[in-house]
Design a protein around this ligand. Structure first.
Ligand SMILES: Cc1cc2nc3c(=O)[nH]c(=O)nc-3n(C[C@H](O)[C@H](O)[C@H](O)COP(=O)(O)OP(=O)(O)OC[C@H]3O[C@@H](n4cnc5c(N)ncnc54)[C@H](O)[C@@H]3O)c2cc1C
Length: 417
């Protein structure tokens, strides 16, 4: 039995290991286009590899998976973040869970994860061919053949009983044409997880300042998230921005990354509540200067900037601030509006939204509905998560599922393919 796995990343290796465990006598070959494997795992989590998450405060998977939550909920019944955690620990990678739920190798190095995956693949007899770009997969009799752009790799000319595509996200739609020709629906690819560009010098002059409890939204949409927000040279970043970019990835793509961004610096969009808090501050601050007494969640420089947005002088005494000014300030603290004029493109584009539509695969095995024997796992599927280890969790889970699907398919009696 020959099994080809196209793509030597997180999903490809995890799948290769699992399928070889299930079918020890099968020949399992990973084809990787570049000169090395697992390159994204190496740079993941800033080189520390945030390989999963505790999911402790995740009550609804769609909060962390803008696309794919429903399918993952089902697949997690067989293999979830706990199973991934246990798997890595059992395979020699001790882990630690941070306070925020992110899970890292105790070594704080992605090399531990790479060593684990490559070592266990080698021990099981998985073959790896690097420098082999698979251009297309096509049916040949009862099996599959690969059309490759390759260095010397005789294995690439074999016929395969099953093929798993684990080629990752394809921001420019690489490899989607032949999949569409084979009958798969393709959700158009768009980047996800990026920072926002805002052309407003007084804001970007505050580079480095963090608003710990911000809320972000796009006016006129349902997209709203919260978390810390970091002001950068080009606009804004931080969890509240990256999360919003993931949830609104398709909307932003369709609007050419131009949209009205609302920032709540107070973490709520309830201006009345914030006005009441400001009125309480006013009562307690008495005759002190507005510039010197601020809500505790704002840093002084940011406070002064927001006062100027509300046309309030920091030299004024709190007792001199009228009702109208207080309400104007409450509005700035809850719905400060900026024109987003583009997205960050340098190093902060982590995952692709879109890819092989989930309607094109069997929800229990991730086998293609139109091409039996062809399986998918990882970011090639239209599944993506926010930051925090959710994307690698999806890679482990889908790889595990597809491996079991392949084993079932190849152990089944003649299926009339
Ligand atoms: C900078 C960065 C940091 C990240 N940090 C984290 C993190 O800490 N936690 C987290 O959960 N997620 C993180 N992610 C996301 C995560 O790395 C990916 O979601 C995950 O690696 C997807 O795994 P995959 O196996 O599907 O794809 P990939 O890891 O992209 O692997 C696909 C492989 O297929 C190969 N390939 C592609 N086309 C072909 C072809 N035609 N023929 C042969 N080979 C091919 C590619 O070269 C690649 O090696 C990060 C991503 C980036 C870019």
């Amino acid at each position: 039995m020959n099994i080809a796995i196209v793509g030597g990343g997180a999903a490809g290796f995890f799948l290769a290991i699992r399928v070889k465990e299930l079918l020890p006598s099968a020949r399992v070959i990973v084809f990787e286009r570049s000169g090395g494997v697992l390159s994204k795992v190496r740079i993941s989590g800033g080189g520390r590899c945030n390989l999963t998450h505790s999911f402790a405060h995740v009550s609804d998977l769609s909060q962390v998976y803008p696309r794919g939550a429903r399918l993952l909920k089902r697949l997690f019944r067989s293999f979830d973040h706990r199973a991934a955690y246990a798997w890595f620990e059992a395979h020699g990678v001790p882990l630690v869970t941070q306070e925020d739920g992110c899970v890292f190798p105790r070594s704080q190095s992605s090399e531990s994860v790479i060593f684990c995956l490559t070592h266990h693949a080698r021990m099981l007899g998985v073959e790896v061919c690097t420098g082999v770009k698979v251009k297309e997969v096509f049916r040949s009799g009862n099996g599959f053949r690969l059309d490759t752009l390759s260095a010397d790799c005789p294995a690439a000319s074999e016929t395969f009983d099953a093929v798993a595509l684990t080629t990752g996200g394809a921001p420019r739609g690489e490899g989607h044409d032949f999949l569409a020709r084979l009958g798969h629906e393709i959700e158009p690819p768009c980047p996800s997880l990026f920072t926002f560009n805002i052309d407003h010098k007084p804001l970007t002059a505050l580079t480095g300042i963090v608003a710990e409890k911000a809320q972000t939204a796009f006016a006129g949409t349902k997209f709203r998230t919260d978390g810390a927000l970091l002001i950068t040279h080009w606009g804004v970043s931080g969890p509240a921005v990256l999360k919003l970019s993931a949830h609104a990835a398709r909307y932003l793509c369709e609007h050419n990354y131009r949209a009205p961004l609302l920032i709540s610096w107070s973490g709520t969009n309830n201006a009345e509540n914030v006005a009441a808090e400001l009125a309480a501050l006013q009562r307690s601050a008495g005759s002190r200067l507005v510039g010197n007494v601020r809500p505790e969640y704002l840093q002084t420089r940011l406070w002064h900037y927001l006062l100027s947005r509300a046309e309030l002088s920091p030299e004024k005494r709190w007792s001199e601030v009228g009702r109208k000014s207080l309400n104007r300030l409450a509005n700035v603290l809850t719905a400060d509006t900026y024109a987003m004029v583009g997205r960050g493109t340098y190093k902060d584009e982590f995952v692709t939204c879109g890819g092989v539509s989930l309607s094109s695969v069997d929800a229990s095995t991730l086998e293609s509905r139109s091409v039996p024997g062809l399986f998918f796992a990882g970011e090639i599927l239209d599944i993506d998560g926010v930051t925090g280890g959710f994307n690698l969790t999806a890679a482990w889970t889908t790889a595990h599922t597809a491996a079991e699907g392949i084993a079932r398919r190849l152990s089944a009696p003649n299926d009339g393919r």
